[in-house]
Design a protein around this ligand. Structure first.
Ligand SMILES: *Cc1c(COP(=O)(O)O)cnc(C)c1O
Length: 465
């Protein structure tokens, strides 16, 4: 079956054989994954030489190609799904999420206009409403969209806040404003803010990185001072960002104080809960996010702690009309918006868009909210296990988070020492950890981000260290 046409379609039996082949490869991968090196050794040269054979001139056998591509991926990616990947917020993908991806790809709903994919649009609306409900909003009042990730969700937050603060700027541009719009996020925030400010034409210097206290949370008094100074200097503060779960250390900014400050200063408030927003699904952990219900908008990545295959971010807000103002556009060729519906392309950053919410719908419905809560609480408890075991082994935990991101060091270790430790762990293939800096000071970082991680992998990591 090496006819080039197989690339596009095949008859019933051929399809079945191809799906079976794919299933076999995925099964084999998932079975052998725990025994694979977390980080296979590879080089750009090796990969490029292997790829040179593909000049794409003529077609080839799909079975061989599927197997070969799976092998390339097996030997050529960091296995973020490995139970000993204590890494950045990349989870193992939930099985129902993977199936949801396949289902979505096969049906290929086009989510630009509601009328092209009503079922997919309503599935997403339902799931976003559920997430809004966990934040403390009315599900029906929750607006927003699935995004490629947290960076796009945060970009959406900036565009919405700009539109609310400076309605004329959408047409006339920032140059028509009497001053420079500025926004505030903590020095420990995710620095996509710099790219976003660049992309929006604000300029990177418009991001005020507010100092943090010794607990790595935004220093609210420092934010007050910066806002006052900016106003004196003729700048135009418009947005305050609270990070709920910093990327380095899982620290949650003082959301209630920040929401209050934003209200007092007339700024929009955005909560960047890309990773830790997931704890909203747990009744026990939800209080960690107190204050988030008063945010104007929230970023919550499903491809982080909700274990979705990438990419699946969400942007959540109650300001449906603000989104429409920021993103609406009228063209002759798009169908008209139907009453009582929202066309995603006229309310969000993207135009043609994949239905990213189907996989989360399937996983949520299979696991139940309580199933997710059990998992999130279990991983949180494993964070405490890791902190305790590191402490017993003579490591110093820095800036402890209530969440399963663990940063640690030795009293007299230099940045180079810690780099060398992380490097040896990664090269061993037996685990993956990284280094980071907290308020400028180097530390090792290990995050329990995988539903398959148990105390066994934690013990093994501490032994390895
Ligand atoms: C990961 C992360 C982002 C960026 O999200 P992507 O999904 O990588 O685009 C933004 N903010 C925080 C706090 C994050 O942890």
């Amino acid at each position: 079956m090496s006819t080039p046409g197989t690339a596009f379609a095949a008859d019933h039996d051929q399809r079945r054989m191809l799906f079976d082949a794919l299933t076999g490869l995925v099964q084999e991968h998932l079975d052998e994954l725990p025994g694979l090196p977390v980080t296979p050794e590879t080089t750009p040269e090796a990969l490029r030489v292997a790829l040179k054979r593909f000049d794409f001139e003529d077609g080839a056998d799909p079975f061989g190609l599927l197997a070969e591509t799976a092998r390339m991926l097996r030997d050529g990616i960091v296995h973020t799904s490995h139970p000993s990947y204590f890494g950045l917020f990349n989870p193992a993908p939930a099985l129902m999420g993977v199936l949801g991806e396949a289902l979505t790809a096969a049906f290929n709903p086009q989510l630009a206009a509601w009328s092209h994919a009503p079922a997919a649009a309503e599935i997403e609306r339902h799931v976003l409403g559920f997430l809004g409900g966990r934040l403390g909003w009315q599900p029906e009042a929750t607006a927003g969209s699935f995004t490629t990730g947290g960076a796009e969700a945060n970009l959406t937050g900036v565009l919405l806040a700009l539109t609310r603060a400076f309605p004329a700027a959408g047409r006339d541009g920032l140059r028509a404003l009497p001053g420079r719009p500025v926004l505030y996020a903590s020095a420990e925030s995710h620095l996509a803010w710099l790219k976003i400010a660049h992309m929006c034409g604000l300029g990177r210097d418009a991001v005020r990185l507010v100092p943090v206290g010794s607990d790595l949370r935004m220093d609210v008094a420092a934010a007050v001072d910066l806002i006052a100074r900016d106003r004196r200097d003729g700048h135009l503060p418009f947005l305050l960002v609270g990070t709920a779960g910093t990327t380095s250390a899982g620290i949650i900014d003082p959301l209630p104080e920040l929401v209050g400050l934003a209200a007092a200063e007339g700024l929009s408030f955005h909560a960047d809960a890309a990773w830790a927003g997931a704890v909203a699904l747990s009744d026990r952990l939800r209080p960690l996010l107190d204050g988030i219900e008063r945010a104007d908008s929230v970023t919550l990545d499903a491809h982080k702690w909700l274990a979705m295959p990438m990419g699946a971010g969400t942007f959540l807000t109650r300001d449906a009309s603000g989104l429409r103002e920021a993103f609406s556009v009228h063209t002759a060729y798009m169908p008209d918006e139907l009453p009582e519906t929202v066309d995603p392309y006229a309310s969000s950053v993207q135009w043609s868009r994949r239905a990213m919410g189907v996989k989360l719908f399937l996983t949520l419905a299979t696991a139940g909210r309580t199933g997710y809560a059990d998992l999130i609480e279990h991983q949180t408890a494993l964070g405490d296990v890791l902190r305790n075991r590191l402490d017993e082994a003579g490591w110093t935990i820095v800036a402890p988070s209530p969440l399963p991101v663990v940063c640690f060091t030795r009293p007299d270790a230099t940045a180079d020492d810690l780099e060398a430790v992380a490097d040896r762990v990664v090269r061993s293939g037996r685990a993956w950890i990284s280094t980071t800096r907290l308020a400028g000071r180097p530390a090792l970082r290990a995050c329990i981000t995988n539903f398959a991680t148990t105390e066994t992998e934690i013990e093994a990591l501490v032994d390895l260290l």
